[in-house]
Write a protein that binds this ligand. Structure first.
Ligand code: COA
Length: 204
């Protein structure tokens, strides 16, 4: 298991520039932000929640919410994408990812607030996830989406993912990408630091 202290996790906020010029911050969910994340999921349209969780769900079940809040447990991480709206930091997207150190693989799912979809937020968040995957040394990134989810399929295609059948469920399509990004070339600033810490830990 990759060990991070929560203090370390807090350092890893990335500020991204959207094509509109607005700033998007991607950072780990804080332990106190479970209610804010739940409110975000409840505010999604039924269709977006269905697409995100691959089935009907009105909110995150308590156990799953607990898992989301425990960032880093079992090499699973939750990040939120936030923007300043009317002076308040507001969640406009989220992603959850898992690193499998045995297979060097990185599995993820994400969602963007319906009001912010179609404006490049998903593309920006996905690029940031690719940085985070590279910082772990992951060589394979993948996720599953419903075959009917044309927007996610378009986003994955545009980002260089290829598609295969999900081995367990015909309704799902798996998007995957092989990555050979060396830690030194990781473009996202805070995750370069994380990669250096990981290699120092490995060398110790
Ligand atoms: C899928 C999702 C994450 C994409 O995020 P987004 O912010 O809307 O995507 P972007 O604005 O960055 O667009 C990315 C690409 O998707 C495609 N796209 C975006 N909106 C589209 C639409 N309405 N129809 C078809 N393709 C579309 C385009 O190729 C676009 O690239 P372009 O802007 O260069 O043309 C978002 O729509 C979402 O949260 N959906 C609900 C949850 C979900 O489906 N999650 C995926 C589960 S893995």
């Amino acid at each position: 298991m990759t060990t991070f202290g929560l203090d370390d996790l807090r350092q890893h906020s990335d500020v991204l520039r959207l094509r509109s010029g607005k700033s998007l911050t991607v950072r780990f969910l804080e332990p106190s932000e479970g209610d804010a994340l739940q409110a975000y999921f409840r505010s999604l349209t039924t269709r977006s929640r269905y697409n995100r969780f691959l089935g009907a769900m009105s909110e995150l079940p308590h156990k799953l919410l607990e898992d989301f809040v425990h960032v880093g447990e079992n090499d699973r991480f939750s990040v939120i994408a936030t923007m300043k709206i009317d002076g308040h930091e507001t969640i406009v997207g989220e992603a959850r990812y898992a690193f499998d150190p045995d297979k060097d693989s990185f599995e993820f799912g994400l969602s963007i607030d319906d009001r912010w979809q179609g404006q490049g937020v998903g593309s920006a968040l996905l690029s940031n996830l690719e940085c985070r995957a590279a910082a772990f040394g992951a060589t394979r990134l993948f996720g599953d989406t419903l075959r009917s989810n044309e927007v996610m399929i378009a986003l994955a295609r545009k980002s260089g993912f290829v598609f295969t059948n999900n081995p367990d469920d015909w309704k799902l399509v798996r998007f995957e990408k092989h990555s050979d990004l060396a830690p030194k070339k990781i473009p996202c600033a805070s995750w370069r630091l994380a990669a250096e810490q990981i290699s120092l830990q490995a060398a110790a």
